[in-house]
Design a protein around this ligand. Sequence first.
Ligand code: GDP
Length: 193
Amino acid sequence: MKVSARFVTSAAAPADFPPSLLPELAVVGRSNVGKSTLLNALVGHAGLARTSRTPGRTRLLNWFEIDGKFHLVDLPGYGYAEVNKDMKDSWRPLIETYLGKREALAGVLLLIDIRRGVQEEELDFIPWLAEKALPVVVALTKADKLPKHKRTLEVMKAKKDLGLKRDPVAVSAQSGEGVAQVWQGLAKILEKK
Ligand code: GDP
């Protein structure tokens, strides 16, 4: 899939959020899950989203306009062990304000490292999204790091752990596996918005 992508703006606080001019899809995941790399693979544009050599460094929300039709919003990663308490305290309200109150928000792409599997944050997050009636696509990243039969097992396990109706997508930014499927899931969300 060929798309055109353009960086729009960053925000560190709700006061800096841009006006909601297009439907938005938020991309969320633990630090180092491969979010920046996957964003670049989704848009076929190396270097669009900066990959973080120091995990947890990127504390901003970043808006990218895709094909002039919608925004992908890259949310700061959570769960990085080395962030200090102040950062943890500021992360939650910022993200909850965005996800809980953003009118343009159509749905969420939740990324989970296929080798780490579902953890506490994701277990809390899925019901929270359901409560807000926000549809979610779950993608298990770095699928290339597991042999095929193990990928399938992890997909089934994550589906069960999270109580999902649809299978999570095993995705690899490296091989491109699953990238088209992620787009299909996101397109369905946008159709309904
Ligand atoms: P972020 O912190 O979630 O934005 O994660 P990054 O995109 O910076 O990636 C974290 C690390 O995982 C980097 O070392 C990437 O090279 C690696 N990585 C990301 N995606 C993949 C993938 O699909 N396959 C493999 N093997 N490594 C990946």
